[in-house]
Design a protein around this ligand. Structure first.
Ligand code: GDP
Length: 199
């Protein structure tokens, strides 16, 4: 499916612009610069599928991509968070949009929380995980840019993330280790997404 039709559908600045909830959705979130666009490109075997979401003004919107012909599921590129010096008003608007999407979206099958392998969990990631828990949304943790750290360091960071995630026993998230650059873990993540979306 990922090598077939993947099309940008729309960008939703507010809930009223969401597409009809007629197929499952898989949402991607993470700190700005975590490697979200690169991961979306790697998963969909494209060079710049996530380009629409980096055009100015669209970075604070929910971006929807359709997969399959006819559409079988959607990938949702959520706005990056933790951006330096974002005005409080922008942050508040982001939180309101994301929270209401997470709480109200019946077709949301799974959320992927991207975490930079070099940095591990930051407070904004913890806040995001808390939001997901409160909205009772199940998620996977995807470690990105794994090629940038030594194996020993990577193992330590993953263990730490797992340790913290354990606190959320309600739904212990599976942790995926990936590198979009080297293709590491991408096929496995694709399989997991298909399973989440289509069962
Ligand atoms: P986004 O802001 O979350 O969409 O992040 P991008 O996908 O634009 O990536 C941010 C930076 O990290 C870019 O310079 C990418 O080239 C780099 N990057 C992303 N994924 C990887 C990866 O797997 N390995 C390495 N070495 N760099 C990566």
């Amino acid at each position: 499916l990922f090598s077939g039709r993947v099309d940008f559908l729309l960008s939703a600045p507010q809930l009223k612009f969401l597409p009809d909830p007629d197929v499952p959705e898989i949402a991607f979130c993470g700190r700005s610069n975590v490697g979200k666009s690169s991961l979306l490109n790697a998963l969909t075997l494209r060079k710049n599928i996530a380009r629409a979401s980096v055009t100015p003004g669209r970075t604070q919107e929910l971006n929807f991509f359709e997969v399959g012909e006819p559409t079988r599921f959607r990938l949702v590129d959520m706005p990056g968070y933790g951006f330096a010096k974002a005005p409080p008003k922008v942050v508040e608007k982001w939180k309101a949009l994301v929270k209401s999407y997470l709480r109200g979206r019946q077709v949301l099958a799974r959320t992927l929380v991207l975490v930079d392998s070099r940095h591990g969990l930051k407070d904004v990631d913890r806040e995001m995980m808390k939001m997901l828990d409160e909205a009772a949304v199940v998620y996977r943790v995807v470690m990105t840019k794994a090629d940038k750290v030594k194996k020993s360091e990577l193992d330590k960071t993953v263990a730490k993330v797992a340790e913290e995630a354990k606190k959320h026993v309600a739904a212990f998230p599976e942790i995926h280790v990936t590198s979009s650059e080297k293709g590491m873990g991408i096929a496995e993540l694709r399989a997991a997404i298909l399973e989440d979306a289509l069962g």
